[in-house]
Ligand binder design. Structure first.
Ligand SMILES: [Fe+2]
Ligand SMILES: [Fe+2]
Length: 221
């Protein structure tokens, strides 16, 4: 396997450790996680260079998504998948022109139409990486779906939307509203919490909104 050959670049002791780990990896799970991690880190670096979203935003929403997943009692393997999905959530924006991405004002209808393609573009990119666990695509593809069916790209509703994407949608909006935009002042957290409460059962999964607000509250207390 080409991968085994590439181990030659590692120092001898590290190479032995990787060989040993792989010899125990009958299901290929460790190798898959290893490759996925390298792939995700590479993309995160590329997205930061392209300045699509600040790396702070990416790190914050990833941390908060994992906290929400932990509170739901998810196992380590699923949390790892949520982490990769969160880190890659806006990967599809690499194909959106700068004139739209960095426009210093609200987008007009045609620009929104281009912007709204980014979840499907994410799928086009990620499905080429055949070693990725297929669930990694859930957050990049579905994070703009909304509980009442008003989101995109498919207008999915309620429990049709994967759990990971329902959780991430709350966290992404929570962080985005608190960040400054060229056309909007950042909101204070209490205003954001009111917005989430108002939209529980409309835009967002009501159970997950309640859980997330409880986590925020615990952090403050
Ligand atoms: Fe997005
Ligand atoms: Fe985001």
């Amino acid at each position: 396997m080409a991968f085994m050959g590439s181990l030659r670049v590692l120092p001898v002791r590290q190479r032995e450790k990787v060989r040993f780990a792989l010899s125990l990896d009958e299901s290929g799970e460790i190798l898959q996680a290893y490759l996925t991690d390298i792939f995700v880190q590479g993309w995160v670096a590329a997205l930061n260079v392209r300045d699509l979203e600040t790396s702070d935003h990416t790190q914050r929403v990833t941390r908060a998504t994992i906290a929400l997943g932990r509170a739901l009692g998810l196992d380590a393997g699923t949390l790892r998948i949520w982490r990769w999905g969160a880190l890659l959530h806006d990967i599809g924006k690499v194909a959106v022109p700068d004139s739209i991405l960095h426009k210093p004002g609200p987008l007009v209808e045609e620009e929104w139409a281009v912007m709204k393609k980014h979840p499907l573009l994410a799928k086009t990119i990620l499905e080429k990486a055949s070693f990725l666990p297929p669930e990694v695509i859930e957050i990049p593809l579905h994070h703009h779906e909304r509980w009442d069916g008003s989101g995109y790209p498919f207008g999915m509703q309620g429990g049709e939307i994967p759990l990971s994407a329902r959780a991430f949608a709350i966290v992404d909006v929570w962080d985005a509203l608190q960040s400054e935009r060229p056309y909007r002042f950042p909101w204070q957290e209490d205003r954001v919490v009111r917005y989430l409460k108002t939209n529980r059962g409309r835009l967002f999964d009501p159970y997950l909104v309640d859980l997330f607000i409880r986590l925020l509250q615990e952090q403050i207390d």
